[in-house]
Each structure stands twice: as C-alpha cells, then as structure tokens.
Design a protein. Structure first.
Ligand code: TXA
Ligand code: MG
Length: 326
C-alpha cells in the first residue's frame, strides 16, 4: 500500500491560494500540517483510512495511540459523537478553544477505525485558530490531527519546527506563524458521566472545574488509552533535569524567572505562566540545538509552580525528562 513519503514537502502560505492547495492535498488523501492555537497539527481526512494511516506512518507513531478529530463547529462534533449535558456545557463554554472532549462514538459516524484505534470513544476539538477554522470550513469534513512532530519528540509551534521534524514525510505545511497558546489542548474524558482529566493542557483545570462546579477526577489508574501511557514524550536529545538548583558550569538552563547570568533561555523572565507555556516547546527546540552545537549533555530546568498552566507545563517537562528506550 502506497502511503506516500518520502516526498517534497511544500510550505503553503496563509492565503486563499495556500488554503486551496492544502484542501486539494487533503482531498487527495495526503497529510498536511496546519497551525492551531495550541500547536501545529498534522492533518488528514479522518474518514479516509489510508489518509489516516499516512499520519501514523509520517510520525512513526505507535498504532494504539488514537488521534484527535478537529471539526469546525459543535454540530459537526455532535454528528460524530454522543453529547451529554456536561459535554454540552463544556463545549458551549470553551469551544472554539484548547479543549478536547473524549465522548462515546456515534454509530456509523463514518470515521476511519484507525482514528480511534478501535476504541468506543472519539476525541473531538473545535480549534480557535483562524487559519485552522478556514481550513476546516473549506475542507468541509473532519480532520484527524495529532501534533505535527515525529512520535516522542518535541511538539511544533512553528512551521519551521514542522519542517525540521517531518520534511520529506508529509505533503505540505500551512505556515501561520508561531502558535499562541504553545501547549496542546486539555483533554477531558466524559465517557461515563464522570468528567476526568486525561491530559492537562492549554485550558486551565481550574477554569474547567469552576464551570462544572465539581472537581475533575484524575484517572492515573484506569485503563484508558491516554497520552500518559507513553511516559517518555516531548523529548529533546540532551538530558533534561527538572527542579534543578545545582550550579553546573557545563550545563544549559531552561529558566523560569530571571536567568541572572546563567547560560540558556528563560521561559518567562517575569515568571508569567502564560508566557512560559507559549515559549516552552520553542525553547526546548532551541536549547536542544544549542546543546548539540556546544556538546552540552544536560539541560537544567528551574522549578515551575504547580498551578494554572503550570500543571500542563510540568506534565510536558516530566515526560520530556523521562527515561527513554533510544
Ligand atoms: O492541541 C492539541 O490537542 C493538538 C492540536 C494539533 O490540536 N493535538 C494533539 O494531538 O496534541 P496528539 O495526537 O498529539 O494527542 C492526542 C492525545 C493522544 O495522546 C491520545 O492518547 C489522546 O489524545 N486521545 C485521543 N483519542 C482518545 C480517546 N478516544 N480516548 C482517550 N484518549 C484519546
Ligand atoms: Mg503529541
């Protein structure tokens, strides 16, 4: 079966012409990366088994990790899944935006089985980015889109990051500049009426709990196929040391707050968590490049407070620091 790649990856501009070209490629069953407000997604027609298989191929992604389906509005989401009152309330409050809802699949919804990796649920999201929305409208159907990075590597927040990781593996990338939020969406599971936090992300847990007027459960010990299954993720090539407070002349720092003369980059010189989230993946890409160039083995990371977006930032950093096989 020909799933494309290696091929010439085209950079498409954020114009009507670029959008038309992206839509033509997607209709042809090809894979095209596009910006969302969180990170760049690697899109393909969610109803087309070969198109979806091409996403797994391009990312080198394990088959069992299901994909998020992006739609242009809540009606399109309702056509693919079964909404309960909690889902309705969350969608009304936070869509379009950095929230993904995992809901029971609607029978005969037309999605390729590979999208949900055989689960009875489907992850859905209405992105807020203008270019993503225009693409979804012009395409006129659901787009499966995981983050546009090779499996296990740092997510892409610019078209350049996408090119570094996936050039030659995908048909194109729509260049919409750097993404705004910088962290993937928050994923909430609603399969059995109890809202569960499956992945912290760009929408603060506190905001969701305030809306629901109840705390989210944290399903560490359930069998759900959640992103946490893959302990090592978002990994730079250098070793990452969290909550560092040691002086290490040979290391590079990922700071939070002022660097005060330390070598490296600060996520936010003023200790602002929103700014830090936006900068996280870009700084990891950049520090990894700097470490490679100067032969540095270790990137030391300042402590990040465990509140608001800090929860998602710590989640990504913990995965980036986790032991890996290769
Ligand atoms: O912000 C985002 O969410 C980005 C942009 C492109 O929208 N997308 C993204 O997708 O981060 P991805 O594939 O890298 O992460 C999706 C996560 C996966 O780790 C998967 O385990 C989980 O969503 N997921 C998808 N479908 C699921 C399901 N039916 N049940 C539980 N988890 C699911
Ligand atoms: Mg990802």
């Amino acid at each position: 079966m020909d799933l494309h790649g290696p091929e010439n990856t085209i950079r498409l501009s954020a114009t009507d012409r670029g959008l038309r070209a992206a839509v033509a490629l997607l209709r042809d069953g090809r894979q095209v990366a596009f910006p969302t407000e969180t990170v760049y997604g690697l899109g393909a027609d969610a109803r087309h088994p070969r198109a979806v298989a091409g996403i797994y191929r391009a990312k080198g992604r394990p088959r069992f990790n299901p994909l998020i389906v992006h739609v242009s509005n809540i009606d399109a989401a309702r056509a693919l899944s079964v909404f309960d009152p909690t889902a309705e309330a969350l969608a009304a409050a936070f869509w379009p935006g950095p929230l993904t809802l995992v809901l029971p699949r609607r029978e005969g919804n037309g999605l390729a089985d590979l999208v949900t990796a055989g689960l009875g649920t489907v992850a859905l999201r209405v992105p807020a980015h203008d270019l993503a929305r225009r693409l979804l409208m012009a395409f006129g159907g659901p787009l499966a889109a995981p983050s546009a990075n090779p499996s296990g590597r740092i997510s892409a927040t610019t078209a350049d990051h996408v090119m570094e990781g996936l050039s030659g593996e995908i048909a194109g990338v729509l260049d919409g500049g750097p993404t705004g939020v910088g962290l993937e969406s928050t994923i909430i599971g609603l399969e059995d009426g109890m809202p569960k936090l499956l992945r912290p992300g760009g929408l603060c847990v506190e905001d969701i709990e305030a809306k629901l007027d109840q705390p989210l459960t944290n399903p560490e010990h359930t069998k759900i196929t959640a992103p946490g299954q893959l302990a090592s993720h978002y990994a730079p090539k250098a070793d990452l040391v969290l909550n560092a407070d040691v002086a290490d002349a040979g290391a590079l720092w990922l700071g939070f707050g002022p660097l005060n003369g330390r070598r490296g980059l600060s996520l936010s010189p003023t200790s602002d968590l929103t700014e830090a989230a936006t900068a996280l993946f870009g700084h990891l890409h950049e520090l990894d490049r700097m470490a490679g160039e100067s032969g540095v083995q270790r990137i030391l990371v300042d402590p990040i407070p465990m509140q608001g977006l800090g929860r998602a930032i710590n989640d990504r950093l913990t995965r980036a620091a986790a032991p890996r096989d290769s």
